[in-house]
Design a protein around this ligand. Structure first.
Ligand code: MF3
Ligand code: CO
Ligand code: CO
Length: 270
């Protein structure tokens, strides 16, 4: 769909109006609610296809549209990325087993607005290293969001994430990034999860984008499998990711995809 709202900065980033925040709020909430609901289904023995079927059902039941079904040939309502899968894991016959960690990423369209969010889930008892990876990844996203305010730059966001992650002796994936969104799925800018302070486009009130850091226990390099979607760590190390859709406000950031149930820490129960 053509996006004609607001204006475009010299960096090609759309600036939305106050009223547009309510559209993003509604779309983001639906995506986050679906991520809340799928949590109890993530147990050893479930297939990733069953998790995706549940998500498809929730999308239908709520009368929203999946942004991923039909996107560049993708055929599922979610991406489910298990263990060393970095992102874009395709739901299928794979059976989740005790100790697995997985990211579930859902994007819905409500009244033309896109809500894009992902979270980590765990099956059964996970290793302390895996729990630590999940915690660091979540905290890196929140540190990135804390760097969001008018006048700061996208480099400030990347630096906040990278410096925190690397201090924990983990690595930030370079091959995938966050993105502008609003009434389209992916638009400028590329939101890098690494960077240097003061570098890059300047943040302005009314920008909508995702931050979605992928963090590896080992090296940052990835490769895409023959299915043309599944991205994995080259060294087979564990990878985690969290994603929020946010809007820049006068004071900082509004997170559109906060868990209504506050369920992030569910990942650490194991
Ligand atoms: N939701 C993903 C993102 O964060 C994109 C998934 S595209 C798909 O941008 F086709 F793989 F679903
Ligand atoms: Co995204
Ligand atoms: Co996403």
């Amino acid at each position: 769909m053509e996006d004609t709202r607001g204006r475009i900065t010299k960096d090609g980033i759309r600036i939305y109006e106050d009223v547009d925040f309510s559209g993003m709020r509604a779309a983001g909430r639906v995506a986050a609610e679906i991520l809340d609901l799928v949590g109890p289904l993530v147990v050893p023995g479930v297939t990733t296809a069953a998790l995706d079927d549940f998500i498809t059902g929730e999308v239908t039941r709520r009368g929203v549209t999946s942004a991923t079904i039909g996107y560049r040939g993708y055929q599922h309502a979610s991406c489910i990325s298990v263990n060393h899968v970095v992102c874009h894991g395709i739901p299928g016959a794979k059976v989740i087993k005790d100790g697995d960690i997985l990211n579930i990423d859902v994007t819905v369209i409500l009244d033309g607005w896109f809500g894009d969010t992902s979270r980590m889930y765990v099956a059964g008892n996970i290793s302390r290293k895996a729990a630590r990876l999940i915690e660091v990844t979540h905290d890196s996203l929140m540190k990135g969001i804390e760097a969001v305010k008018p006048g700061n730059t996208f480099g400030d966001i990347g630096f906040a994430i990278q410096s925190y992650v690397e201090a924990q002796r983990m690595s930030v994936v370079r091959d995938f990034c966050g993105h502008g969104l609003g009434r389209v799925f992916h638009s400028p800018p590329n939101v890098l999860h690494y960077g240097r302070p003061g570098v890059g486009a300047v943040l302005e009130e009314g920008m909508f984008f995702t931050i979605e850091p992928m963090v590896n226990l080992g090296r940052p390099e990835t490769k895409v499998l023959a299915d043309d979607w599944t991205a994995v760590t080259r060294d087979k190390s564990l990878s985690a990711q969290y994603e929020h859709s946010i809007g820049v406000t006068a004071e900082g950031a509004e997170i559109f995809t906060l868990s209504p149930g506050g369920l992030y820490k569910a990942a650490f129960k194991g």
